[in-house]
Design a protein around this ligand. Structure first.
Ligand SMILES: [Zn+2]
Length: 280
């Protein structure tokens, strides 16, 4: 089976700063402005040049604020999927509130595009113990927020119970697929400078790390190599150039399929065939 590469872009705009970081100054708004004016157009141009489809995770409020931009993404070979409404601090949402936010994020994308998203990624990858059940109830076919494998999709479990003592309890596999993510394959910790994260690593160094991960991934049966990228981060000159070179290096090394996560899900056949064995 030909290994797959799924480039995923979290189109957070200013909502990462307003929601997750809770900032109210103009810096956060201007970092979102950079994404909309500079980063995202560069990302779309690169994908067009290379002929690569990608999955874009878009907060509902971004779709309400920049509907034309989201329709432009969806007009390409790309997939638009859900990423919260205001890029909330997901782990601080009580269950009832989370269900409402999820609804709102779906309807904002549906109003903008006329179709419901098939996939979800939690802002900052922060799912709650009950989130997988809410995602199944909301009709999602896949999630891409968890870290239980590196390159093998698996079925996330319903109602896993984090606890402070005694043997851990794990729930039953959910009728959906998980495309696992990792901080290693995310541009944010390497590059984005925030109060807590130094970031600002060299593009060359990070490109080498990501290519080393790929060299291992391609030997994994039915691998899906999922990169998590942010247009406001990866869009800077040396970084977008590095991403283009990474695509070329991956292609030069042998057969590979670049696809959206939704296409990977469809190619996987039944959930039972697709999933790595994660019964615990
Ligand atoms: Zn995000």
């Amino acid at each position: 089976v030909i290994p797959r590469v799924c480039l995923t872009f979290d189109v957070d705009g200013p909502f990462l700063w307003l929601g997750t970081f809770g900032t109210r100054g103009l810096q956060g708004l201007s970092r979102g402005e950079y994404e909309v004016r500079v980063g995202l157009p560069r990302v779309l141009a690169l994908l067009r040049e290379k002929g690569v489809p990608a999955t874009f995770f878009v907060p509902g409020r971004f779709a309400e604020s920049y509907p034309e931009l989201v329709r432009e993404i969806a007009a390409g070979p790309h997939e638009v999927a859900a990423h919260g409404y205001n890029h909330e601090r997901w782990s601080e949402l009580p269950r009832e509130a989370e269900a409402k936010v999820l609804d709102r994020s779906i309807s904002a994308l549906a109003d903008c595009l006329g179709t419901r998203p098939r996939g979800f990624r939690a802002p900052a990858f922060d799912l709650n113990p009950w989130s997988i059940r809410l995602l199944v109830d909301a009709g999602f076919a896949y999630d891409s927020s968890l870290m239980g494998d590196d390159f093998t999709p698996y079925r996330p479990r319903l109602d896993d119970t984090p606890s402070d003592e005694g043997p851990l309890r794990f729930g039953d596999p959910a009728p959906m697929l998980e495309f696992p993510v990792s901080w290693e394959l995310d541009d944010f910790p390497y590059f984005a400078h925030t109060g807590r994260n130094p970031g600002l690593r060299s593009a060359h160094e990070v490109g080498s790390l990501w290519f080393e991960e790929w060299e291992f991934a391609r030997s994994v049966p039915e691998a899906v190599y999922t990169l998590t990228l942010h247009p406001q981060v990866i869009g800077r000159g040396p970084r977008i150039r590095m991403l283009g070179e990474l695509i070329d290096r991956i292609r030069a090394g042998g057969p590979v399929t670049f696809s959206t996560l939704s296409q990977s899900l469809d190619a996987a056949g039944t959930l039972e065939q697709a999933a790595g064995d994660h019964r615990l």
